[in-house]
Design a protein around this ligand. Structure first.
Ligand SMILES: C[S@@+](CC[C@H](N)C(=O)[O-])C[C@H]1O[C@@H](n2cnc3c(N)ncnc32)[C@H](O)[C@@H]1O
Length: 304
């Protein structure tokens, strides 16, 4: 048992910590009552999930999903075998920190673990430990794979990064006991909805430029056709009386004539909120960006 508050155990592109205040304002008024099911179909590092679990302990149930099998394997391992995972992470951390100051050896160590991870032959907790190790030690906490699903992010330059956060893994494990963990396409989560369900969608964002392509988290690209499929799904949820909130990039910030999302979601409420992105290879682009927060909660369309 631990009294620590669970927080994301990964660095992940598009982490939502910065947007929590805006998301909170968009929640249904009666979310604190004990009847709500919370579903997060693109969970990533789960910043919103952990915030919801910590702040609304009365949720009837929570369901998370992601198409990334390695990520979901890690969630499942933390939920069911946290101590085994901690013991492996502890070894990885000691070995890696022991190489501080020996750049060549450290690099060799990182790339040998990356190769081992890509064989996907370790058992469940070994594979999860490698997933967390790579996330903590790679360049900018990125998760990127090639067409063969091989993780290909180079080593990062963090000094003595925390690889094994025992307390948080135990806290996350405890928090996940009331969470159903799924791996598949987001549309499948509809089978888990109840009468009072809130969906929070944080899909791979539409890139603001060809090079800012942070949407390659999985083997398959999340292109415009995928954004349209997601909009159709949101319409379906609306017709079924489920509440949803969705984040995406604000393409208008780049080109004021780009009405892609304004057109797609014209039936719903679209807000433009400030978001400081922390994962960007170019420090000059780490400034203030707007993001979209779209919801069918209170369907009065507002113009900002
Ligand atoms: C922007 S990230 C989510 C960020 C996350 N909410 C956070 O706070 O860190 C998008 C996630 O969608 C997942 N994904 C991509 N296509 C998907 C699909 N068709 N169904 C479910 N998940 C998908 C990716 O694996 C990735 O983890």
């Amino acid at each position: 048992m631990t009294d620590r508050i669970a927080k994301p155990f990964l660095k992940w592109a598009g982490g939502k910590t910065q947007l929590i205040n805006d998301i909170e304002k968009a929640l249904p008024n009666d979310i604190s009552k004990d009847k709500f099911t919370y579903i997060e179909p693109f969970v990533g590092s789960g910043a919103v999930l952990f915030w919801m679990l910590n702040n609304f302990p009365n949720l009837k149930k929570a369901v998370i999903n992601d198409i990334n099998e390695d990520l979901i394997n890690t969630y499942k391992t933390i939920a069911s075998r946290p101590k085994e995972l901690i013991s492996i992470l502890d070894i990885l951390q000691n070995e890696y920190h022991g190489l501080e100051g020996q750049d060549e050896e450290k690099k060799e160590y990182y790339y040998s673990k990356r190769e081992l991870y890509n064989t996907r032959k370790e058992e469940q907790s070994g594979q999860a430990a490698l997933f967390i190790f790579l996330n903590r030690t790679c360049f900018n906490g990125l998760y990127r794979v090639n067409r063969k699903n091989e993780y290909n992010v180079p080593m990062g330059s963090y000094k003595r990064p925390t690889i094994c956060d025992n307390e948080n893994i135990l806290a996350v494990s405890q928090a996940l006991q009331k969470v159903e963990i799924l791996c598949g396409d987001y549309e499948e989560t509809l089978n888990h909805a109840d009468n009072n369900t809130l969906f929070y969608f944080d899909p791979p964002y539409k890139p603001l430029s060809e090079t800012s392509s942070f949407n390659s988290y999985a083997k398959d690209e999340f292109n415009d056709a995928e954004q349209i499929r997601l909009r159709d799904f949101c319409h379906k949820l609306d017709a079924l009386n489920h509440t949803w909130i969705l984040s995406n990039s604000d393409v208008k910030g780049k080109d004021e004539n780009d009405n892609f999302f304004d057109d797609l979601y014209s039936d719903f409420k679209i807000e433009r909120v400030n978001a400081k992105r922390s994962i960007n290879a170019n420090p000059e682009k780490r400034g203030l960006l707007k993001e979209l927060l779209i919801t069918n909660n209170n369907k009065v369309a507002i113009t900002i």
